[in-house]
Design a protein around this ligand. Structure first.
Ligand code: FUC
Length: 840
């Protein structure tokens, strides 16, 4: 391309770049509904701000305020019926197995629920206002409401500080003494009224509730303190500000939760809040704001994405969403950054992981209890964390995995007599690991195993061996469970070609069953086989990286096949042996990747769970370069399932199409997701986006936001398949743009600039050194760059060898998906080195 043209394009991008950092959600009306209100949070606390001018409402959450108390939900009757279940499944009598499972395996409660924690209300009186605007600025995590009344301009700023664990509400008038309003707090389960703690400071005690026989034993306290430069009058349980010019309200909350098995005394919350409020003493508003900005921006500003705007970009956010026509590309980068904003705001070290609604829920009975669904949803929450340069947001998730490895050890023993640990398709604050809801959904013994793959991915992105050593026992515990739980498919079983394969059973392919069966219960679903492959091969690779593979000490796996193959009698040997006996992936009669051992897929079925493509994303078992047949089968499955779905399923499909290296299709799914769903639509089959840009399943479920954010990143950068692939799935419509700060496996930070649909320049920072293999759709030049030869030189982004797939004998016409030409280069790097490559 002409050098002058490139220079012009690049300088126009610089102008855009400054604007891109201005990502805001804004509206010219107060929120009428929670799904129009704007979220702020610091992981511990969440708040939804309505921006009302008569009675402002700030709805609160505290991340540990759930129903119930410590308990487990393991069925003591499961073990004695396990063999009967397995026998029925192998005999093709899955419905009979289903009945036994429902009767004996689902005895405990079905998980507790995440509870709302009331509202702070600010009463200003019912006066008409002018020049109204409310906004959430993603660059600084500040929510601002401004308006004018009788010539006085009012400004409210709300933020949730990570630095000080407090929600700060600052109200200012631009005329002296013009500020008059009342402050109160309400919550349904509040015990009595407020208690005056100190001057202009009240504490409100709220008890949690019992659920399914598990007594409520949590006590929360919400603390509200008001300061103002006018008068503050405090009555019995509320306060009023009068004749002020500036007022600041501080809100914090805590419970007596210590961890999943221990609660503090009932006054523990009061003690925590007193400590928080005391730590604010002597700090000015400006200091608090500065500390908030420092902590927040350090994470948020690591990544920027600049895509062109259109005339629609200037519309207020709900109208902009409704008008989305595929040209306002800045809206795509807004959605990506909103996902990062929501993750920063709902998941920080020391806190709880983001649940189905992050940390925001105003319903007494939230959909699916707003808990952790670990057959896709909780995992999806963390997809943007590594690639989107927010690795520390995973810490609460990793703590939950550690907790589950403890509770799940008992579940594995009590329910199945297996070593290691198991978790099924759901968990909650109390880290239940037994199955819930019934066989159709809950009989998923690989939920915990799936979680551990995130530990390995963290290692691949960082190369952090200390981290790997710390979590290795948890990975191995998941592998040990699988070794014991899996069974050899019997020679007289009803699926003939499966004889001898090592399979999980009972299990499900999440929430979906094959044609001709009235149940989801099965053996060796494709997703399970892929998860087992990952967990065993990742544990083996971790043992190798940590130098543990020389040890051969244990040889007590229960499963017959493992024993039979365990010639050298150690767990790692058994893992190797088990890997060779897993069912291979199979390509069925419609050219699809089979979801089950049998060819039971319906090409007209548009079910939201596409579990068998776990191997395509998030895993890396389906490569266009090493297995073009599987890659084609995955494309066929995706096309058969269609482009519409619930919110989270759309989020997954963006990532799937990115992995299919088809940016145009991925963008089509994003466009489908940017379909406005009115706040009145609480339930429905078709996903989209609510006016406050929360993902609509519907109902609101935050995983779609995170899936979308991860998907946009995955379209721009991939590093799972033997190379760091620059711009692997750029849509034709995104012809120019710039991204900074994305992370690749191997601990590389990548900045890229593109124009006319082609990469122009990439700047790569190597954090830990190592050989970088670059893959690009255009030829590249740069110092030290040489044409790639041989296998992937960097084990951190090398893909594993999988078993060769089997093809259905009925499949005749199978056209491989054509691939674009790619260019590959190697370059050796040292820690801290910055490399610049450009288009040749
Ligand atoms: C799974 C999904 C549902 C929903 C729920 C929280 O069960 O099938 O669509 O997302 O989790």
């Amino acid at each position: 391309m002409n050098r002058l043209l490139v220079t012009i394009l690049l300088s126009s991008l610089t102008v855009l770049s400054a604007q891109a950092q201005q990502h805001k959600l804004w509206y010219s009306q107060p929120a009428r509904h929670w799904l129009e209100a704007l979220p702020v949070g610091n992981s511990h606390l969440g708040a939804m701000v309505y921006g009302k001018t008569d009675v402002e409402e700030i709805e609160l959450n505290e991340e540990t305020f759930w129903s119930g108390s410590p308990h487990n939900n393991n069925s003591p009757e499961a073990k004695e019926h396990l063999q009967a279940v397995r026998d029925s499944i192998f005999a093709g009598k899955e419905e009979a197995a289903h009945a036994i499972l429902d009767k004996y395996f689902f005895k405990g409660p079905h998980g507790m629920r995440f509870l709302p924690l009331g509202s702070v209300k600010l009463a200003f009186g019912n006066i008409p206002v002018n020049s109204y605007r409310r906004e959430l600025n993603l660059a600084d995590a500040l929510n601002t409401t401004t308006y004018e009344v009788d010539g006085v301009n009012y400004e409210r700023t709300v933020f949730a500080s990570q630095a000080d664990n407090v929600i700060v509400i600052r109200i200012k008038a631009d005329k002296k003494n013009a500020l008059n309003f009342g402050v109160s707090y309400t919550c349904e389960n509040m015990l009595g009224g407020g208690r005056k703690v100190s001057i202009n400071e009240y504490g409100y005690i709220i008890n949690n509730v019992e659920q399914e026989g598990i007594p409520g034993q949590l006590t929360a306290e919400v603390r509200v303190k008001v300061t103002a430069d006018g008068k503050v009058i405090d009555t019995t349980d509320s306060m009023a500000v009068s004749c002020a010019t500036t007022a600041t309200i501080f809100v914090t909350a805590a419970t007596n939760f210590e961890n999943y098995h221990t609660l503090g005394n009932a006054d523990a919350a009061v003690v925590k809040n007193t400590w928080t409020m005391a730590s604010l003493q002597g700090k000015s508003y400006e200091q608090l704001l500065k500390a908030h900005l420092q902590k927040y921006q350090e994470q948020y500003s690591r990544v920027s994405l600049t895509l062109p705007k259109s005339e629609k970009s200037a519309l207020e956010t709900d109208k902009r969403l409704a008008a989305f026509d595929g040209k306002d590309l800045d809206f795509v980068s807004l959605m990506m950054q909103y996902g990062r904003y929501l993750l920063i705001s709902s998941s920080q070290p020391g806190g709880q992981p983001a649940n189905l609604q992050g940390v925001w829920n105003n319903k007494k009975d939230a959909p699916w209890d707003s808990k952790y669904t670990i057959n896709i949803n909780a995992e999806m929450n963390y997809w943007p964390a590594l690639i989107g340069n927010l690795a520390e947001t995973q810490q609460p998730f990793f703590s939950m995995i550690r907790d589950l490895s403890e509770t799940g050890t008992k579940t594995a023993q009590d329910m199945y007599g297996c070593r290691g640990w198991v978790a099924h398709h759901n968990t909650d604050l109390w880290r239940i690991a037994g199955p819930v809801d019934g066989t159709t959904w809950g009989m998923f013994p690989t939920g915990g195993a799936w979680l551990t793959t995130h530990l390995w991915q963290h290692y691949l992105y960082t190369g952090d061996k200390q981290f790997l050593a710390e979590y290795y026992p948890i990975m191995k515990g998941a592998a040990d469970f699988l070794l014991d739980y899996m069974q050899p498919y019997p020679a007289d079983g009803y699926i003939k070609q499966a004889a001898g394969w090592l399979v999980t059973t009972p299990t499900v392919s999440p929430e979906h069953g094959p044609v001709g069966k009235k149940t989801t219960v099965t053996a060796g679903s494709t997703m399970d086989n892929q998860i087992v492959f990952d967990v065993l091969s990742q544990t083996l690779a971790a043992a190798k990286a940590l130098g543990k593979d020389a040890q051969c000490t244990m040889h007590n796996a229960q499963s017959a096949i493992a024993q039979e193959g365990a010639a050298s009698h150690c767990d790692l040997c058994m893992m190797n042996c088990a890997l060779s006996k897993l069912p291979p992936m199979q390509i069925g009669r419609y050219g699809q990747l089979q979801e089950w051992l049998q060819d039971g897929d319906d090409p007209k079925d548009e079910h939201r769970h596409i579990s068998h493509l776990y191997g395509l994303y998030p895993s890396n078992q389906i490569s266009p370069y090493t297995h073009p047949d599987l890659f084609t089968a995955a494309a066929n499955t995706l096309n058969q399932r269609g482009d519409m779905a619930t919110g989270w399923s759309l989020g997954w499909k963006i990532n799937f199409w990115a992995r299919m290296l088809d940016g145009n299709h991925a963008f089509r799914i994003i466009t489908n997701m940017l379909n406005v769903i009115p706040y009145t639509t609480e339930w429905g089959p078709r996903g989209g986006t609510y006016p406050n840009l929360f993902d609509a399943h519907p109902p609101f479920q935050i995983d779609g936001n995170f899936g979308c954010a991860a998907g946009v990143c995955e379209m721009l950068l991939q590093s799972h398949d033997n190379a760091v692939h620059l711009l692997p799935a750029l849509p034709d419509a995104w012809s120019e743009g710039e991204v900074k700060g994305l992370q690749a496996r191997g601990a590389f930070t990548i900045n890229m600039l593109w124009a006319q649909g082609e990469l122009q320049q990439a700047t790569i920072t190597s954090k830990i050194g190592g050989t970088l293999r670059l893959r690009s759709n255009v030829p590249l030049k740069g110092n030290g760059l040489r044409s790639a030869t041989g296998g992937c030189p960097n084990p951190l982004f090398a893909s594993p060898e999988i078993l060769s797939p089997l093809h259905s004998p009925e499949l005749n016409d199978f056209q491989l998906v054509p691939l674009k030409e790619v260019f590959e280069y190697d370059i050796d790097t040292t820690p801290g080195q910055i490399i610049t490559v450009s288009r040749l």
